[in-house]
Design a protein. Structure first.
Length: 486
């Protein structure tokens, strides 16, 4: 499978990798058809997903054949509800199996998927419904999620239906599991202009910033191919290996670590649908139970894990631990290495793309450095005038000639936000807004945002949104929100 998209996979050095990495983009590429259904046609029983939650003792396992059939049923259900190519569907599904089923179904139809966090409040949901012109919502039966959606609906008449995954389905809403079971496992692919592929819109993530409400980051159907480098050369997943990325489905890191690159490489996705607050010992037991081969999490999670007695757990099957989402404290790196014998392999990127910088297999790790530039982007660190910075000088990371080259993995636009587009895409380059410097060996050292967006536990939090919430309290006259390292 991987060879269809990456003819050459072995490289002798980082320099060889940087110079000669080339992705082949099929003329009508669609991840759901070409990868998931493609695996099912090669081997219907090939493992795709291993799922567990806090309430069941056994791991549920799904093959690519299962994913093909279940997504076909969901596509038929969505079509029966009037969902067509270009329609927008918001999903708040935590890590239910239906996350993967619904994403694939929407990719098959050509509808635009909008993953969203279960932590959203009513006004957050209302904003997303209105900004993205959402026609359908698919949500879990979590009381807080259902309350947030219910409260938002009166101001959002374009939302035609709400499908609920779970046992608690309010009157007037639809039972996803009951209805999807009534539909055929066969699906007729769209034809002609209705076939979704390449530069058609596929996915919207809402990304927080410091001015205004979250931006809509629009990705097209080439986006999954950008995550081959993420999965194979940073996370180092293996065909048939079991990979767990600790992240909720509402965040862009889900696309980084729980579907696209991993399935292109033939890896099995491990999913842990936990309830309640994060507990390190629960995650450690789950990691051991899965017999993982690769693992990825933000630094906050590793900071909790290293406080535990790691000698109690068997990590002998794990050969790669990757880390991203916020800067890594070198002390955490050394503690993890001391207690597990495993290096923490740092990477860096954005909601707007795939991995931009990482510690790749041929490199020695410098704890605290995010590594070196990814080969799929023409990256540079520049000053305020757009000129390249010398080693040791802090500047902004940019993707050169992004508009002309349109590298796979990079987003298409900030939807309906010309001001954000003008600020980020001026002169044909994409200015990431992230500041860094390069040392004499070519390693990149992240400094921070050129704005003041807050990163907490791997999440990006816009001060404007927090300030807006604080200002609603009658005792608050003025307020400002900023980050404070913990």
């Amino acid at each position: 499978m991987l060879k269809k998209f990456l003819p050459r996979q072995d490289f002798s050095s980082y320099e060889d990798f940087k110079a000669n990495y080339r992705v082949t983009v099929p003329p009508r590429f669609n991840f759901a058809y070409d990868v998931v259904d493609g695996w099912a046609e090669l081997d219907d029983a090939k493992p795709a997903l291993a799922w567990i939650d806090d309430n069941q003792p056994e791991i549920s396992r799904y093959s690519f054949g299962d994913m093909k059939r279940m997504s076909n049923q969901a596509a038929n259900l969505f079509k029966s509800l009037g969902i067509r190519k270009g329609d927008t569907v918001l999903m708040i599904l935590k890590q239910r199996v239906e996350v993967w089923v619904c994403l694939l179904a929407l990719h098959k139809i050509g509808a635009i998927a909008i993953p969203a966090s279960f932590q959203l409040k009513s006004k957050d949901v209302e904003y997303r419904f209105q900004a993205a012109k959402v026609k359908l919502a698919v949500i879990v039966d979590n009381p807080d999620v259902m309350e947030a959606v219910s409260s938002a609906l009166p101001a959002c008449p374009d939302v035609g239906d709400v499908l609920v995954v779970g046992n608690q389905v309010p009157a007037g809403w639809r039972d996803f599991r009951r209805e999807v079971a009534q539909h055929s496992t066969d699906w007729t692919r769209p034809e002609g202009d209705e076939y979704p592929c390449l530069h058609d819109p596929m996915l919207i993530y809402f990304s927080s910033g410091t001015s205004g409400m979250p931006k809509m980051v629009l990705h097209d159907y080439t986006y999954p191919l950008g995550h081959i480098v993420t999965a194979k050369y940073w996370q180092c997943v293996e065909d048939g290996g079991l990979h767990l990325t600790a992240v909720d489905s509402g965040w862009a890191k889900f696309g980084w670590g729980k579907i696209y690159g991993q399935w292109i490489c033939g890896a099995v996705i491990a999913a842990y649908d936990s309830e309640g607050h994060f507990r390190a010992e629960k995650l450690l037991r789950t990691m051991e139970r899965f017999r993982l081969t690769t693992f990825c999490a933000p630094p906050t999670i590793y900071r909790y894990l290293v406080k535990e007695d790691l000698a109690k757990y068997d990590f002998s099957t794990i050969h790669q631990c990757s880390i991203a989402g916020e800067p890594l404290n070198p002390e955490v790196y050394h503690q993890w290495l001391k207690k597990t014998g495993l290096r923490l392999v740092e990477g860096f990127g954005q909601t707007e793309g795939s991995v931009l910088i990482a510690n790749f297999p041929w490199m020695d790790i410098k704890p605290g450095s995010t590594g070196k530039f990814s080969p799929i982007y023409d990256l540079e660190i520049v000053d305020a005038d757009g000129q390249p910075c010398e080693d040791g000088i802090v500047g902004t990371i940019v993707v050169r000639q992004a508009q002309a080259k349109r590298p796979v993995g990079l987003f298409r636009e900030y939807l309906r936000d010309p001001a954000a587009m003008a600020a980020s895409w001026g002169g044909g380059d994409y200015r990431t807004g992230d500041m860094a410097w390069r040392d004499e060996d070519g390693y990149i050292w992240f400094v921070g945002r050129d704005d003041d967006v807050i990163k907490s536990s791997g999440y990006r939090i816009g001060p404007f949104e927090v300030e807006s919430a604080l200002m609603e309290h009658p005792a608050v006259l003025e307020c400002a929100v900023t980050a404070y390292p913990d």
